[in-house]
Design a protein around this ligand. Sequence first.
Ligand code: NAD
Length: 298
Amino acid sequence: MKYKNITVAGSGVLGYQIAFQSAFHGFKVTVYDITDENLEKAKAKFSSLSLDYKNDLNATEQQIEKTRQNLRYTSNLADALKDADLLIEAVPENPTLKIDFYQKLAKVAPEKTVFATNSSTLLPSQFAEATGRPSKFLALHFANTIWIHNTAEIMGHAKTDPKVFEDVIAFAKAIGMLALPLHKEQPGYILNSLLVPLLSAATNLLVSEVADPETIDKTWMKATGAPLGPFGILDVVGITTAYNIDKMAAEKTKDPLKIKIVAYLKENYIDKNKLGVSTGEGFYKYPNPAFKNPDFLK
Ligand code: NAD
C-alpha cells in the first residue's frame, strides 16, 4: 500500500466516520477541522462509534485501542498536512467554501499529497484547478454509516493521473470498502444516478394516484428480489431529503406533477414530523415496518 498517512479535513458526520474507519484499518490518521471546539465534538464521537464497531463488526477492545492510537487531531492546516500521503476532504457541500479550502490546501500540502473529495453532488472538475495539482485530485465518495454501508465510489476528472486513480482504489479496499470505480464524471455517481430516478418514479406513481406505497413496494420487492421497495428506502434516506430534491426540481422546472408532490410530502409527512426511520414513522411505522412481516409478499 502506497499510502500510510491520511488526513481527513472536516470532522462532521462523514469526515469523522472516514477517519475512524481508516484508523481502524491501521492507517495513521490526522483529523483536521477549523476550530478546536469542532475537534472536541469529533473526539466525543469516538466512544459511540467504538460501540457501533463492537456491535456491528465484533471489533475487539484491542482493535478499538489501536484505532485510538492511530488518530490525532489538529486545527492547524499546515500541521495537519505535514506528512500526508492522502487528504480526504469532507468539508460542507458548498462550492465557494470548497474552492477556498483547496486554495489554502494547495499552499501548505507537500507535493506528494493526493487530494480526494467526498462531495456528494459536486464534480471534481469544479475544483481541479483550485487544488493546484489536478493530476493528483479525484473524488472518493463514501456512504453514511461507512462501516456497514461500505461502498466507495472512485471518480476522477479528465486530468486525473490513472496511477493515482488505481492507488486510491487500493486504499479504498485497504480500509474495507467495496471499491466502485467510475470511468467518467457523473453527477450523483452510480448510486444516486440509479436511486434518485427510482425514488422519484415511485412518488410520481403515488401522487398520480396510480397505486399506494405498499403496492408499489411489493411490486419492486417481489419482481426484483430487493429487500426494500422505494418507499422503504425513502424512509431510510429520510423524507426530508426527497422533499428538498423535489422542491428544487419543482422550482426549476415548474412541472405541475413535481409541485403536487412537494405539496403532498409537506402536508402528509414533513408537517406531521413523519420523516422516516429517524422519527419512528414515514411511509411505514418503525421499528416493525409492514414490509418486514413475512406475509407482506403473500
Ligand atoms: P458536516 O456539516 O457534518 O461536517 C462538515 C465539517 O467540516 C464540520 O465539522 C465543519 O466544522 C467542517 N468545516 C467547515 N468549514 C471548514 C473548512 N473551511 N475547513 C475544514 N473544515 C471545515 O458535513 P458532512 O455531512 O460530513 O458532509 C461533508 C461532505 O461529505 C460533503 O461534501 C457531503 O456532500 C459529503 N457526504 C455527506 C454524506 C452524509 O450522509 N452526510 C454522505 C456522503 C458524502
